[in-house]
Design a protein around this ligand. Structure first.
Ligand SMILES: [Zn+2]
Length: 403
C-alpha cells in the first residue's frame, strides 16, 4: 500500500535553479516525538519533495523515501527524541532518492500523512503513527513490499543454491572487492572521516593494482550508495568471482584495535568485540530497511553446507596467504592478525570470502596510516601478492579434484 505518494513538485513559478537545488533537511525544526501511544514525525525541508511512506515488519520499521534530500552533517540521533524509536538512519539510498528508517519499539500504522507548504517555499512533512497489532503491521508490510517497485531492495540471496566453480589458473583470477557501508550507512565515523568513504577510496586504488596485474575486478559499489549485505554477495556470484574481499575500517570502543586485521567467517562464537562488530554491520542493513523475512530454503541450506566444506579451507588458506604477504611487506597488523566473526557478508558458501579491516578509524595511528598514500600502496601491493601466492596452489588443487 502506497500510503502517501505525494507529487510534491509544486514548482509553478519557481525559479529554474530551484528545480535542481537539493532539498535540505532542517534538523532543528524536525523531530520524532511521542504522541499519546503513537508517534509524531515532523520533517522540515527547504522545498517540497515527492515522498513515500511504507512499513516493514520483524522488526517494526517506518520507512520514508524522499526525492533526494540533503541531510547535511546532522546525525540522525539529533532528531530522535522518542523512546518509541529505538534506531534511526537517514541518507542517500538509491540514485536520486534518500531514505529515513525509524526502528519502532512496537507495531504501528500510519494514521495521517501530509506535506504542507511553509513560508519561503519551505515544506513540512507531518506523519502521525498509531500503535497497531503485529498482524496488521505484517499485512501492511506485505502490501508495501508488493508495491515497492524501484524502492525495493533485492531479497536476501544467501540461500540461493551455490554454483561451484573453481579457478584452475587458465583464466585471470576474478576478484570482487566490497567497500563496506555507503549511502545512508556511513559506517564508523571519526570527525569528518567516514568508514564508507575511506574504504571506497582504498577499494578503487586496490582495484587498479589488481587489474594492472591482470586480475578481473568487480566492485559491489563505486560511489556513495547503500548496498545491502546480501546484494554484495549476489554481485560476487553474478560476476562468477573466485574471491570476495570485503573492505572495512571500523571503530572499536575497546580502544585496543589497531593495525590491519583479516576476518574469516566464524564457525563458532568468537570474542565479544568481533561479535559486536558483526552485529553492527547487520544492524545497518535492518536500519536501512532491508527485508530479512522469507530467507529459509532448507534444500539450499544443505547444498550450502556441502559447498562450505570445500570453500572454508580455501578461505583459511587465503587468509594465511594474505597475512603472510602483509606482514612480509612490513605493514602494521593487529596483534591477532587473523580473527573470526559472524559477518553476514562472508556467508557465501561457494566463494572464498574474507573481510579485511584495513585499519580502525578509532585508532589515531591507523587514521594517519590510512591517510598516507605510500602506506596504502604498500598494503595494496601486499594484498595482490597474497592473492597471487594463494591462487597457484588453489588452482593446482582444483585441477587435481577435477580429474
Ligand atoms: Zn565496517
Amino acid at each position: 500500500m502506497i500510503l502517501a505518494l505525494l507529487c510534491g513538485l509544486r514548482i509553478a513559478g519557481a525559479a529554474a535553479e530551484d528545480l535542481n537545488a537539493l532539498a535540505v533537511l532542517d534538523p532543528n525544526a524536525s523531530f520524532l516525538r511521542d504522541q499519546g501511544q503513537g508517534l509524531a514525525v515532523r520533517l522540515a525541508i527547504s522545498q517540497p519533495v515527492p515522498y513515500r511512506v511504507s512499513f516493514l515488519a520483524d522488526p517494526p520499521r517506518l520507512v520514508v523515501d524522499f526525492r533526494e534530500v540533503d541531510f547535511g552533517a546532522a546525525p540522525p540521533a539529533a532528531a530522535d527524541r522518542s523512546d518509541r524509536v529505538t534506531g534511526l538512519a537517514w541518507g542517500p539510498f538509491i540514485a536520486g532518492w534518500s531514505r529515513m528508517v525509524a526502528l519502532l519499539d512496537r507495531p504501528m500504522r500510519l494514521a495521517s500523512a501530509e506535506e504542507v507548504a511553509g513560508a519561503g517555499g519551505k515544506a513540512v512533512i507531518r506523519l502521525a503513527l498509531q500503535p497497531t497489532t503485529p498482524a496488521d503491521l505484517a499485512a501492511t508490510a506485505a502490501r508495501d513490499a508488493a508495491a515497492a517497485g524501484d524502492w525495493a531492495l533485492p531479497r536476501p540471496a544467501v540461500t540461493a543454491a551455490p554454483v561451484m566453480h573453481r579457478q584452475t589458473g587458465d583464466a585471470p583470477l576474478r576478484v570482487t572487492l566490497d567497500p563496506g557501508h555507503g549511502g545512508l550507512d556511513p559506517g564508523a565515523e571519526s570527525g569528518k572521516q567516514s568508514e564508507a568513504a575511506t574504504v571506497l577510496g582504498f577499494a578503487l586504488e586496490l582495484a587498479e593494482v589488481l587489474r594492472r596485474a591482470g586480475m578481473v575486478v568487480d566492485l559491489t559499489r563505486e560511489s556513495d550508495v547503500f548496498v545491502p549485505l546480501e546484494t554484495r554477495i549476489s554481485v560476487a556470484r553474478a560476476a562468477k568471482s573466485d574471491v570476495f574481499l570485503s573492505l572495512h575500517a571500523d571503530a572499536l570502543a575497546e580502544g585496543e584495535a589497531t593495525g590491519a586485521t583479516i576476518y574469516k567467517l566464524a564457525r563458532k562464537a568468537s570474542d565479544n568485540a568481533s561479535e559486536q562488530l558483526a552485529e553492527r554491520h547487520d544492524r545497518a542493513d535492518i536500519l536501512a530497511g532491508v527485508d530479512l523475512t522469507g530467507n529459509d530454503d532448507e534444500v539450499a541450506s544443505v547444498l550450502m553446507d556441502l559447498a562450505r566444506t570445500e570453500t572454508q579451507p580455501r578461505a583459511d588458506r587465503l587468509a594465511e596467504a594474505l597475512r603472510s604477504a602483509i606482514q612480509s611487506a612490513g605493514v602494521k597488523m593487529h596483534r591477532h592478525p587473523v580473527q573470526e566473526a559472524a559477518f553476514s557478508v562472508l556467508k557465501s558458501a561457494d566463494i572464498p570470502s574474507l573481510l579485511i579491516e584495513v585499519g580502525f578509524l578509532s585508532s589515531a595511528d591507523d587514521r594517519a596510516r590510512l591517510a598516507d598514500p605510500v602506506w596504502r600502496a604498500g598494503l595494496e601491493e601486499a594484498i595482490l601478492a597474497g592473492l597471487q601466492a594463494w591462487a597457484i596452489p588453489d588452482a593446482a588443487e582444483a585441477r587435481l579434484l577435477r580429474q
